[in-house]
Design a protein around this ligand. Structure first.
Ligand code: KG4
Ligand code: ZN
Length: 361
């Protein structure tokens, strides 16, 4: 079968500089021809978090080389590309401008269509790159900036069913890591420490449990961890492991409860979802994977989680979303703006009690 499209994707919204080339077949299936990710962990580690100005400068320095590697690894020439996709937001605006402007220049020089991709839409559509999955499905998107339950009804057709009212889940993992002196980025560190800890030693709160809406809250849990940590101070390695295990268990139990409500809301409005899909950096967490298995089974649906390397930010997800949008006849002109904020569900409003300037609602 011949290919339908070859798309270059560029990702620069946070601290990964990434580019990839994917192929989308006429039957809707996909194949990754190259996927080059350069994490800026080393640049940001001394500061314990992502510094926007450092990220933007690093994207400028790195992006051309990353694109060149992605193109040469794929064996595809620029002239053979069907389109150039870039994440146009939401994210740190300096980085977004670097990636989108570069994509525009390539599109202009090679006379190719530009696709300005919403980074969240790319996370939402990623599972369709690696397995045949039809709409509609229920998405749990959990990353450093977002924690949402979304009904994915089609390309460009999303309804948000729940969101965090304060911290994003990845942000909570990162903050807990920081307060316990674990290095940045914290999510994988907390997971590793938790694997050696006793989750029952501390009785942390399970935020929002039993509420009829599908919203999340994580800042109270984070504060509870902070209080225990300062009570124990100085912390021994086993204390850190136990605090991480307790935090992760509470976050997962609350997530399972919120998702079972989200799946119920989905069922009432849109019928049975074809799958429960988890995406975003937090979906790389192995403990979350097993917790969600139970939630999906109870809702009589299947759980799909892309491989960890496609859960964290990468260029293949942007290229794939670009191909999906092109196949739906959605392309952009060179005026497409970079956006720091960009809702997946344009009709969504901030939930009651929303209190965060960093996590998108
Ligand atoms: O999707 P992503 O790569 O970037 C954003 O768009 O934010 O997600 C990054 C977030 C970080 O907060 C990181 O700590 C978290 O995902 N994360 C994890 C794990 N791996 C990454 N959180 C918990 N467990 C993990 N294994
Ligand atoms: Zn992301």
């Amino acid at each position: 079968m011949g290919y339908e499209m070859l798309v270059l994707g560029i990702e620069t919204t946070c601290d990964e500089t990434a580019a990839a080339v994917i192929e989308r077949q006429t039957d809707g299936s996909g194949r990754i021809l190259s996927n080059v990710v350069r994490s800026q962990i080393e640049e940001h580690a001394p500061f314990g978090g992502v510094v926007p100005e450092i990220a933007a400068r690093a994207h400028v320095d790195l992006l051309d080389g990353i694109i060149a590697s992605a193109m040469s690894e794929s064996g595809v020439g620029f002239d053979k590309l069907s389109g150039i996709a870039a994440a146009a937001g939401p994210g740190l605006i300096g980085g977004v401008i670097v990636g989108l402007t570069t994509a525009k220049a390539i599109a202009l020089v090679h006379d190719k269509p530009l696709i300005a991709v919403n980074h969240l839409e790319a996370h939402a559509l990623t599972p369709r790159l690696t397995c045949p999955l039809a709409f509609p499905y229920c998405l749990f998107l959990a990353s450093g900036g977002h924690t949402q339950i979304v009904a994915v009804l089609g390309v460009s057709d999303y309804v948000r069913l729940g969101t965090t009212v304060d911290d994003a889940m990845g942000e909570a993992f990162d903050k807990v890591a920081k307060m316990l002196g674990l290095p940045y980025p914290g999510g994988p560190q907390v997971e590793r420490a938790a694997a050696n800890g006793n989750a029952k030693r501390f009785n942390f709160p399970r935020p929002m449990m039993g509420r009829p809406d599908a919203n999340f809250s994580l800042s109270g849990l984070k504060t509870a961890v902070r209080n225990e940590a300062s009570r124990i101070d100085p912390l021994e390695p086993q204390d850190i492991n136990d605090l991480c295990a307790g935090f992760q268990a509470a976050a997962l139990e609350s997530t399972a409860d919120r998702l079972s409500v989200g799946l119920k809301l989905f069922q009432e409005r849109f019928g049975t979802p074809r799958a429960l899909v988890a995406a975003g950096g937090v979906a790389a967490n192995q403990a979350i994977r097993s917790a969600l298995q139970d939630v999906a089974a109870k809702a009589q649906t299947t759980l799909i989680i892309p491989p960890p390397a496609l859960c964290t930010d990468n260029g293949a997800m942007i290229a794939w979303a670009g191909a999906e949008r092109m196949a739906a006849g959605l392309i952009d002109d060179l005026e497409a703006p970079p956006r720091a904020r960009w809702l997946l569900d344009a009709k969504a409003t901030a939930p009651a009690g929303f209190a965060n300037t960093r996590a998108g609602f």
